[in-house]
Design a protein around this ligand. Structure first.
Ligand code: GLU
Length: 547
């Protein structure tokens, strides 16, 4: 068979050669050890936790080595492509602080290795495909879908491995006349790779995450170009990652089964094999059992969940690194305030299988991270989030930034900062009572007699002065306790509770409930300072009215 003739027959319009492509996309000039990684999603309109897991790995590997992190859109499957899908990917990842150095941008490309949308690279793929035909490494297959299905059914009946190989590869050695006849009819064809592999052969392969794995050679003549000339994932992966200079391919472990084919393809194309990092699936505990996290059952599977709930980018980054590198927590304990970039991220500390997602840990980390922020940082985070998710509250915050910042400053900054906010979505509930419009009473005075509560609240009002410092303020509350039959001294109270109506702690909780509407609140003295005398007095009076 004259392979050059066949190549021209199949792809007459392709006049470029691999050498032209190599010249168009020269090797990257990067410092020694710099890693080039890519995030390569299909624009399906949905990003999930597994995507984030991979994207963070990519980003860290590139950015801790002086390398490049780029975005490639794998849109060769029109059925999986939705309008706005690319924008969603870019915007969602930006909310996690993941910024690409190059690649697809919303309305085009940034960088010298584009186009970064596979749908725009047909000529490039076909150039390499045509070369494979010239070298006898690829051939056309005119099987109809029904014929392929019939092969599969036959293999199933015979309990054989399914696929286009061996005696089932009916077009593998078809004579040129037969091919020409089909082309004349206008019959569609796919291009298949001519595999020289055998399932009898096994070899060792080093995955950067999984370590040494045993691989069986591929013997299937997989499709590399579909009938419309668009490549399959496999072929596009080889061509793109070669031309774009990817050094580390980070992808889900479900791709491991096709790794033997990819190794074959790189070899056949004369490309240097990148390093592979096959990531573990994300699991969660469900009633004590580990199971795969799922789109249907788990809202946290959606990448948008974290922003919608109001987890700051710094938190999700911190949590994902915790999930990704098993030594991160220890490092964090030793370096509580160091920037994340100081941590040496490595594939060596990644889970080999089943990476366990833990919502409680996410919340713990979030509380820690938020507790270390300044009041200004909290204000900025909350304001940005509420603008999207609670515009009414955003207006309140923006109308009086000083007040909101004073609220966020309570219990912040010391050695043991308060850890009561886990996400921006909780902030309104945390501080709503500072705004009359949101103020409601959520609690009761418990079993105390109404007259006693009234006496205590009236006693408070009699001496309350907003100008008092916290010491004087509390002494006055103690004085109210003494006056109303409550213990001002906790020791005395504990020694003989029956001798009192209650303690100064109860008096404080009456005032707290009246002023904040709640049983729990941040430091009451600070709360009053922010609310101001008029509001404090009005609320205490209103509470007395209800008794
Ligand atoms: N488009 C593939 C996916 O979304 C990319 C896998 C890869 O990173 O190679 O699963």
């Amino acid at each position: 068979m004259d392979n050059n003739y066949l190549a021209d027959l199949l792809y007459p319009n392709i006049t470029t050669l691999p050498a032209d492509m190599e010249a168009r996309y020269p090797k990257r000039q990067l410092p020694e050890g710099a890693k080039v990684t890519r995030f390569a999603p299909s624009p399906t309109g949905f990003l999930h936790l597994g995507n984030l897991y991979g994207a963070f790995t990519d980003e860290r590997l590139a950015h801790t080595s002086g390398g490049v992190f780029y975005l490639r859109i794998e849109d060769t499957d029109a059925k999986r492509t939705v309008p706005g899908g690319v924008e969603l990917i870019i915007k969602t990842l930006a909310k996690f602080g993941l910024e690409f150095d190059e690649g697809a941008v919303i309305d085009g490309d940034k960088g010298a290795y584009g186009p970064y949308r596979q749908s725009e690279r047909a000529e490039i793929y076909q150039t390499y495909a045509k070369q494979l035909i010239r070298e006898g490494k690829a051939y056309p297959c005119f099987c109809t879908e029904e014929e392929v299905e019939a092969i599969r059914e036959k293999q199933e009946a015979l309990k054989l491995t399914p696929g286009y190989y061996g005696e089932f590869a009916v077009w593998r050695d078809a004579p040129i006349e037969k091919i020409e006849a089909k082309l004349k009819e206008g019959a569609p064809f796919v291009l298949r790779f001519r595999s020289e592999g055998s399932v009898e052969n096994h070899f060792k392969f080093k995955d950067e995450i999984k370590g040494d794995i045993n691989v069986t050679e591929n013997d299937i003549d997989h499709v590399i170009l579909k009938s419309d000339g668009i490549p399959t994932y496999h072929f596009a992966h080889a061509v793109d990652d070669h031309l774009m200079g990817t050094t580390h391919v980070v992808r889900d472990e479900s791709w491991l089964s096709t790794l033997p084919f990819h190794i074959q393809l790189f070899k056949a194309l004369g490309f240097k094999l990148p390093k592979y990092c096959h990531t573990a699936q994300v699991m969660k505990l469900d009633n004590g059992n580990k199971r795969k996290i799922s789109k249907r059952k788990d809202p946290e599977f959606a990448a948008t969940f974290y922003h919608e709930q109001g987890y700051p980018a710094a938190v999700t980054r911190e949590y994902l690194i915790t999930l990704l590198n098993s030594n991160f927590e220890e490092w964090r304990l030793a370096n509580p305030t160091a920037p994340l970039d100081d941590f040496k991220f490595t594939t060596k500390k990644m889970a080999v299988s089943g990476s366990l997602f833990d919502m409680d840990k996410l919340n713990d980390i979030s509380k820690n991270v938020i507790s270390r922020m300044t009041a200004d940082e909290v204000y900025d985070g909350v304001l940005a989030w509420t603008k999207d998710f609670d515009p009414n509250f955003a207006e309140k915050l923006a109308a009086d930034p000083g007040k909101a910042k004073a609220v966020f400053a309570i219990g912040r900054g010391g050695k043991k900062p308060r850890k009561d906010i886990a996400r921006w979505g909780e902030v309104k509930a945390y501080m709503s009572f500072f705004y009359d419009e949101y103020f409601t009473v959520e609690g009761s005075f418990g079993d105390f007699v109404a007259d006693d509560v009234r006496a205590a609240l009236n006693g408070f009002l009699e001496t309350f002065d907003i100008a008092d410092d916290s010491g004087v303020w509390f002494d006055k509350i103690k004085a109210v306790a003494n006056k109303t039959g409550f213990a001002s001294d906790m020791k005395a109270y504990k020694a003989d509770p029956a001798a009192f109506k209650g303690s100064v702690a109860d008096i404080s909780s009456f005032i707290r409930l009246a002023v904040t509407g709640r049983v729990n609140s941040p430091d009451l003295y600070s709360v009053m300072q922010i609310l101001g005398a008029d509001t404090v007095i009005a609320r205490v009076k209103a509470a007395i009215e209800t008794l």
